[in-house]
Ligand binder design. Sequence first.
Ligand SMILES: C[S@@+](CC[C@H](N)C(=O)[O-])C[C@H]1O[C@@H](n2cnc3c(N)ncnc32)[C@H](O)[C@@H]1O
Length: 217
Amino acid sequence: MRQRKVKNEEQRLAALEYLQVRDSGELRGRWADFLKEKNESFAGEIYLEAGCGRGHFLAALGEANPDRFYLGAEGRSSVVLRAMELIRDKELKNVLFIPEFILNVESFFAENELTGIYLNFSDPWPKARHAKRRLTHRDYLKGYQQALKPDGFIEFKTDSKPLFDFTLEECQVIGLTVEECTKDLHRSDLPARLITTQYENRFRLLGKPIHYCKIRV
Ligand SMILES: C[S@@+](CC[C@H](N)C(=O)[O-])C[C@H]1O[C@@H](n2cnc3c(N)ncnc32)[C@H](O)[C@@H]1O
């Protein structure tokens, strides 16, 4: 996808280098030690949002849970820039960014390193020939399964019914348990309705139902 340039992008990104984890593959298996050095309050639980967009969801989670660490992976530089500016403005010490497209989660995280993974409004890739690019394709799910601790979770939100149905089928094929599931999150009493993403707010204003599931590994 062509990336939209923002004004002074390079300089602005450079000024926020401290919020970016470069060569993050080299931290595989060592994330907890690395993050403890960044923030003394960190108690050991690491969460990833793959495709974090402008970071609103991570900012809210980071504020609510100061002893956890949140990593946002975002492949579009103009978008991750906005996310980092938000975290800088909120002065949060427990959110960092991997400024890359995550194609293979196992190359970033060793077994059992993550407690939870959030997939919010992932690109739907509607064409059948692009199914492998969907972040809930079984190949991705198997990678998440490896990186997550026993009893870890994946939370998935989307406005796309075809992507949601596909995701439930993929979970069934590889034997993952879907613990919570709704086709209209904001008419449910599930806790996931309480912290929303930027896309979620946009779709809610348009009256679109939000599909949500929580997958336990
Ligand atoms: C539709 S937006 C949703 C943003 C945000 N999660 C929200 O709900 O507001 C999807 C974002 O995921 C990013 N993305 C897609 N595939 C990705 C991947 N494999 N790794 C990192 N970012 C990815 C895109 O660049 C885009 O910014």
